[in-house]
Every structure is written in C-alpha cells, then in structure tokens.
Write a protein that binds this ligand. Structure first.
Ligand code: F3S
Length: 423
C-alpha cells in the first residue's frame, strides 16, 4: 500500500504506540480489500462503549485494554490519546436513565458511565444514537467518513452524498486515532453509480410506504445500488431514514439514488454514470402487498410490546406520537417504548412530548434500542412496530412475533392491546 510520509511515520511508531497499532490495522485491512492507499477522514462514527457482560473481564484491566482489544484488535495494551479525527459514539447497549427497566445491573451501568468518561476525555462525542445525522453530525457532499451502522451508512452515502463503507469497531477505532481509512468501495466515484432501475407503479408517500419500498428493494437488489425512476412524492429525512434502514436490513444496500432528490443524481443518466441499468424492477400494488405480508410474523392480534423509533425518532415523530397519545392511556397489558436520540429527547422534554407519552404509560428511551441491547420487557410474546428494520430483526433476535404498520396503527394497538393494522 502506498503511504504518505506522515502515514509511514505513524506506522513506524513516531507518533506513539496507539497510532502505530491503528496504522498496522488499517494497512492489514486495506491490503485485504485491495486498497492501494488510505484516504483522510475527519468524520468517524463508531462503537466504543463498554456495557455488556461479555466485556467485563476486559474492563477490569482498564479502559485502555478495552480500546486496544476491541477498537484496535491489539494484544498490546496501548495508551490511547485524544482522537485525531472528529469521532462520535453510535448507539450503546443501555439507556443511562432507564437501565433498570431494561434489566441492566448497577455494575453494567457503572461500566457504561466509566467508559463514557474515558471516551469523552479523548474527544469521542457521546451522541449515543444510530442517527448521528439527526443530532449535528451532517457530513457534506464528497466528505470521506468512516461510519458503522447500516442505516446511518446508507443515509450518509445516498442522502448526504458523503462517502463511507460499512465500517467495524476496529476500523473506526483506528480511523479515529489516525484520521485515515482505506480508500476502496464507496469512497471511489466509479463505485457509486446505480445498477438497478426501480420503476414505481404505485403511490409511495407516507413513512410506512417508504419502509415497504425499501424492504422490497433490499430483497430485489441485495447489495447493489438501486435507482428510483422518480419519487411520486417528495420524501423527507424521516421517510428516507426508514427507506434506507429497510433496504439495508433486507438486502445490505449501502447506497441508492433518487434523481432530483439525492445529491449525486441530478438526472437519471447521472445516477447510472451514463451506463444502462443492469436490470429494471417494477414495484406496484401487488409487490407492496406481498412485502407488507412478508413483514408480519405474528398471527396473534393480542400485542404486549410496541417499539417506535428504529432508526431513532426525529422531533417531528416525537410530536406525532405525543399528539396521538394525548389524553389516552396505554392498555395495562402493553408496554410502549419510544426511542429517540438524547439530544432530541431534551427538546421533546421541553415541548412536553415526553410528559404526554409517559402520562399515557409509555417510556421514552435514549442511547439504545431493543435489537442492539437485546433487552425487552420480560415475557414479551407479540410486538408491533412502525419500523421495517425492527420487524425484520426483533423476531429473530428476541424470539417474538411481530406486526409491522404505521405509527397510528401502533399507537392504536398500544391503547387497545389489539393489532388491527392493515394495508
Ligand atoms: Fe437504530 Fe437499533 Fe434500529 S440501532 S436503526 S434503532 S435496530
């Protein structure tokens, strides 16, 4: 791999052992991928926290051990300095306020808080959300990033026009320390053109429509780059957040184009880089219905858990949930967890949305989600969610049955205890 003088000096240990180990990892990783060089990055979003029982034995040896082992894949324990690149923490395992409700122990929350002090002292910003782009980390078009979390990566590449592959704990640790990431995959313009054309033959308007379309497309194109022929209605952050999260979970899509909407596709021709689409795929009413049915894994209409906020809710979504719950009470056999980034929760608190939700019997959670934490209320059998991604993963992860529908349908189920959603 071609390295600059500065990168070579880091590799040779002239800037400390931590950067040397980070560079070793990046060179090893880059060469395995066929990358000929590294690229500078000043935007890293990774997972650095330590809040699971499985890492307790490492935490006991100190936080440098945790970072060395989990974020640098290093047997040698290095002293970790301040990050070279602007770096943030994605979602964590425990809600710093609602950890008891999640069934976490005092010891685990103590570990999480200790880790946060350590990471904060090294410049790692505790956004603690899978949607850093909702709380201030909004890279600009063309900016090279090193992000984990598939729903964030697809948003970063497609909606923002910034450039990242789906990174891991180790590569984001190394990128944070060095400000470098291998130059391959979605960092390269040539790899960002569309492959499949999606013809829309039905209305795609609300958030549920966009989730269904994304889920369909993921299965149809797997990890290729779909291009929507046109959007029948102008999407917004919320709709594209759900669209991308769904496409990334059913198929591993990391990038898409919508001509006239996403920044690298002013026209259909631009989206394909002047080439012809490899395949044309139609999405009509029948495909929408089949996708909806695929997402329903439950048959019992008696629900006991509603999860809203995957990916984490925006302030507009929090307002809608509060509006739908005003002067209503959640069924005594149902638990409602509403997930939003902590920064947005501050605004939702101030606006009184959290008070409405909690007064109705719901819980507003931050920092985490059931799929990542693998923590649900005890005894849950049937869930309902407005997220195609959560409906895809949670039944497999938590051995529950799931209903997928709109926010309104989920709130009605929370109040009545019965699922009555339909397409
Ligand atoms: Fe975020 Fe958890 Fe969904 S990390 S995208 S809320 S599965």
């Amino acid at each position: 791999m071609d390295l600059t003088d500065y990168e070579r000096a880091m590799l040779d240990g002239e800037h400390g052992r931590a950067k040397a180990r980070a560079m070793e990892l990046l060179v090893r990783y880059g060469e395995a991928l066929g990358a000929e060089r590294l690229v500078e990055t000043n935007n890293v979003a990774g997972a650095f926290n330590a809040s699971t029982p499985s890492v307790k034995h490492i935490v006991e040896r100190g936080m440098d051990s945790v970072f060395s082992e989990l974020n640098l894949d290093s047997d040698e324990v290095v002293e970790v300095p301040r990050m070279a690149a602007s770096t943030c923490q994605l979602i964590t395992g425990i809600d710093n306020d609602n950890w008891k409700l999640q069934g976490a122990s005092e010891e685990l929350i103590g570990m999480q808080r200790e880790a946060e002090r350590y990471l904060g002292a090294r410049g790692i910003n505790m956004f603690a959300t899978c949607t850093p782009y909702q709380v201030g980390n909004v890279p600009v078009k063309g900016e090279h990033c090193a992000w984990m979390e598939s729903s964030a990566v697809i948003y970063c590449n497609s909606v923002l026009g910034a450039r990242t592959n789906v990174e891991g704990k180790e590569s984001t640790g190394a990128a944070g320390l060095t400000g470098r990431i291998p130059y391959w995959g979605y960092h390269i313009t040539e790899n960002r053109y569309g492959s499949h054309l999606i013809e829309l033959d039905t209305e795609v308007d609300d958030m549920m429509d966009w989730g269904l379309l994304g889920y369909f497309i993921g299965y149809a194109v797997e990890d290729e780059i779909p291009v929507l022929q046109q959007a029948t209605h102008q999407p917004n952050l919320i709709k594209l957040k759900h669209f991308g999260a769904a496409a990334a979970s059913s198929g591993g899509v990391e990038m898409y184009h919508i001509p006239g909407v996403t920044p690298e596709a002013p026209t259909l021709e631009d989206a394909f880089g002047g080439r012809k689409p490899r395949e044309v795929i139609r999405y009509g009413k029948a495909e929408r219905k089949a996708t909806y049915e695929k997402l329903q894994s439950a048959s019992d209409r008696k629900v006991d858990f509603i999860m809203l906020g995957c990916p984490h809710n925006s302030i507009e979504q929090m307002e809608l949930i509060a509006h739908l719950l005003t002067d209503r009470t959640i069924h005594p056999d149902v638990q409602l967890w509403v997930h939003t980034p902590r920064a947005i929760k501050q605004v939702a608190d101030r606006n009184g949305y959290c008070e409405v939700i909690t007064k109705a019997g719901g819980v507003v959670m931050s920092d985490t989600c059931p799929a990542i934490s693998r923590r649900l209320p005890p005894g849950v059998r049937v869930i309902a969610t407005d997220s195609a991604k959560q409906a895809h993963y949670l039944p497999a992860i938590a051995k529950v049955d799931g209903w997928f529908g709109s926010v309104r349908q989920c709130i009605e189920a929370a109040v009545s205890g019965q699922w009555n959603g339909a397409v």
